[in-house]
Design a protein. Sequence first.
Length: 386
Amino acid sequence: MNTFASSSNPSASITMRFRGPAEYGFTEKTAELFSAHTPPGQQHTTSPGRVVRLDRNRVLVASADGLLHLPYPAQGLVPATGDWVWIGHNSAGEPAVVDVLPRYSALSRKRAFEASSEEQILGSNIDIVAVVVPVDRPLTHNRLERTLVAAWDSGATPLVVITKADLAYLADDVVGEVIKQAAGVEVVTTSAEHGDGLDELMQHIPDGATLVLLGPSGAGKSTLINALAGRHVQQTGAVRAGDGKGKHTTTARELVPMAGGAVLMDTPGVRGFGLFDAEDGMEEMFGDLDELFAQCRFADCAHQAEPGCAVQQALAEETLDPRRWASYLKLQRELAALNRKHDAAARRAYQREWHQKVMSADRGQRAVERHKHDQAQERGGKRRKR
């Protein structure tokens, strides 16, 4: 295991030294992060670790001395796969996660059920989000765009990885479509079965970096992970010929170490990817539309039938793809609906809090009046006795 010395505080008389799991991305930069967030009074009783996987009742954490199954922290931030954490002891004296460090990136989505407006963290402290696109099924443009929006919004660098290039003679057409749609994002074509494109993909993954693979079931993520790791670490399954769907051979988000200190995060295939608070990602993915908006005659143009609308002009001149414009509008409606749900939830929470305060104040006022009444009765009784 590597030991890193942190010097983020030059004025410190004692240089803090940390031992962390180098095979899970622990670097000098990570050591500085731990040095900046050392639990007060626990410098000698805690050690760095990284969340490898979340199980039902335990957290699998990588430490400098190996993997540990630890209890969830009793309070504070709920850990996510990829989190850097402090390992210490709980009130029962057992080894446990005692604190979660701030995340420098987080891939999230809206929770899958329709009525929810909550965020689900898929992974944290990620450097590269690789959106996996298999060529053995039709390209779903809207899905690719929404996933890239989430990737941009995570704070990581998006990358598109095309898989199974050896299975379809239409691979070149798919690659062309993806490159056109994912403007500004690097695209790598691979065939894990034949080893094609793996060296190029590895060039996008610096030592110590964390890469997450994101794509539908049967997209070839597990096969790709096995090829990149150089060993069999993930089960693979067959894809149905009828609809191109595969089994969820990956059942949990988990970190997989690679040679050179890089780390892969495999994720179960996601059927849907609801955006969550992704305004920054929308700006990155649809920056060309923002430029068009600035060319409209009116600042408050709704981009429908207003005179001098640059968007309608671009659609008429076929310089703007109608499908891309429709996708943008759909994603904006989705984000607006989510914001309304958030606002409604906030209003309900405020109303509950206000109701509780009113009830508490009312109970307090009644108690004061009852006390005054009791005192008056007591004084009256004393006077009668005299």
